[in-house]
Design a binder for this molecule. Structure first.
Ligand code: ATP
Ligand code: MG
Length: 448
């Protein structure tokens, strides 16, 4: 199962008298039968020696001893390291190269990430990683407090790995995370975001998100969501607090970044919009869809997600209640919804609403959602007009009919779009001209 590129790289090193092992996540994943996301080789050869054995190699992280041997897979080769003091809570101040594999694995974060494998497939384990792999445990190598204080990204990595691999976090390690949670503030937000997205795209995001909450990390990463935890909805439609409802929703939507993020935050403003009902089980959250979209926009911008993702997630959240809206005459409301959401995001919107229902109190009522889906199908299959571009006439026709070029043209076209959205039979040149003439902007014959 080891790719040829990795075997060739290891052989190249050993032919020159150096040691070479696969190490870290790829060994862990190979042993678990999961496809590794990248391949790391560790060696006693210095970066300059690796470069001379593989002239095509690229110095991708020389300061830390890493060169990349290109190929189909791309193998990162890193010299055995021992690390100097960590000063910025993220990267060691300097690295010292070592001659021993044992030194190199001792600097790694968790025991299951400290396994090495030679080219024959033999596993070298100095940190009892195999034992933890079998019992499905994330355990810090060495003293957990020290390891998290050295590099606070490990706080997130622990939660992410436990979630992705469906492992549990060993109690001392868990206590180490909780005690040092505040240090996550010193980690670049992009790194935190990447770990969070890996949690969200895993098989069961709820597990990772619950870990973030229980360890106190969530309070730093997404305080807006933290305040949903334990917020009871006092509603006959719900059987979970706002946080647990969000997690159940996220678990049930497909593993796409935008839809998972929308599921996670679709009700994030509920604590802010809560109004106690006159009777038990009848509380209200007026406008929580719009307010949640706003808050989610702030959260995602802070996490430096790209503009397109932010726009898609916020529109999904803003429209997550759209099944309750009236379809309107000629399905005009549905057409406006399609225009706001965009055809490409409709499937995601339906997935979000279906998961939202399933994450609420049974019995599940999909009837409004089915009605909405049918209406959208009708509009799209019949190619019913819903934008200015779909009009049977254009601005030049209006000018020909006597209008002066200028902003009035745009307003007239919008009016006509509105008309044909309500009544598609009006979308012909004759009907639109008749409508135009009825507007009384112009005398019937402008030259008269
Ligand atoms: P993924 O499946 O995302 O690749 P991974 O554990 O392989 O997970 P990488 O970032 O590829 O993560 O790192 C490769 C290896 O380097 C890890 O398995 C671990 O041994 C070591 N490592 C990575 N980040 C750290 C860290 N912050 N502190 C200590 N060791 C680390
Ligand atoms: Mg990896």
């Amino acid at each position: 199962m080891i790719p040829q590129d990795a075997l060739k790289t290891m052989k190249g090193l050993s032919d020159h008298g150096f040691q070479a092992y696969l190490v870290g996540g790829c060994v862990r994943d190979l042993l678990l039968g999961r496809p590794p996301s990248d391949w790391d080789v560790t060696t006693d050869a210095l970066p300059s020696q690796v470069m001379s054995i593989f002239p095509q190699a690229v110095p991708t992280g020389l300061k830390y001893g890493t060169v990349t041997v290109p190929g189909q897979t791309g193998i990162e080769v890193t010299t055995f390291r021992q690390e100097g003091p960590y000063l910025d809570r993220r990267r060691p101040e300097n690295v010292t190269f070592s001659k021993s594999l044992q030194d190199d694995v001792a600097r790694r974060d968790f025991t299951v990430n400290g396994l090495a494998m030679d080219a024959t497939g033999k596993v070298h384990d100095f940190v009892e990683g195999l034992k933890d792999l079998h019992s499905r445990t994330i355990r810090a190598i060495g003293d957990p407090h020290e390891r998290f204080r050295e590099d606070a990204l490990r706080l997130m990595r622990a939660a992410r790995l436990a979630c992705q691999l469906d492992f549990s976090v060993e109690p001392q390690t868990l206590a180490g995370i909780a005690a040092n949670a505040s240090l996550i503030q010193y980690v670049a937000i992009e790194r935190v975001r990447d770990e969070l997205l890996k949690i969200l795209l895993s098989d069961r995001p709820s597990k990772g998100m619950r870990l973030l909450h229980e360890t106190g990390l969530l309070a730093y990463i997404m305080p807006e969501l933290q305040r949903c935890a334990g917020f009871e909805q006092d509603s006959k439609y719900h059987d979970k607090d706002v946080f647990e409802h969000a997690l159940a929703t996220a678990d049930q939507v497909p593993a796409m970044t935008t839809v998972r993020l929308a599921a996670l935050m679709h009700d994030i403003a509920k604590p802010l919009t809560y109004i106690k009902g006159s009777q038990e089980g009848e509380s209200h959250f007026y406008g929580h869809d719009k307010k949640s979209a706003e808050i989610a926009g702030d959260v995602l911008t802070r996490l430096r997600l790209d503009g397109k993702t932010v726009a898609t997630v916020t529109v999904l959240i803003r429209e997550h209640m759209s099944r309750f809206a009236r379809p309107g005459k000629g399905l005009v409301g549905v057409k406006r919804l399609i225009n706001r959401v965009g055809v490409d995001s409709l499937a995601g919107l339906f997935e979000l609403q279906e998961a939202d229902i399933r994450a609420s109190r049974p019995p599940y009522d999909f009837s409004m959602l089915e009605r909405l889906k049918d209406a959208v199908d009708t509009v799209l299959c019949d190619k019913q007009p819903r934008t200015v571009k779909d009009l049977a006439i254009g601005g030049s026709d209006l000018i020909e009919w006597g209008m002066k070029p200028g902003p009035e043209i745009g307003r007239m076209l919008d009016k006509m779009t509105d008309l044909v959205m309500r009544d598609p039979s009006m979308n012909s040149e004759e009907a639109l001209k008749a409508f135009f003439e009825r507007q009384g902007i112009l005398p019937k014959n402008p030259r008269a």
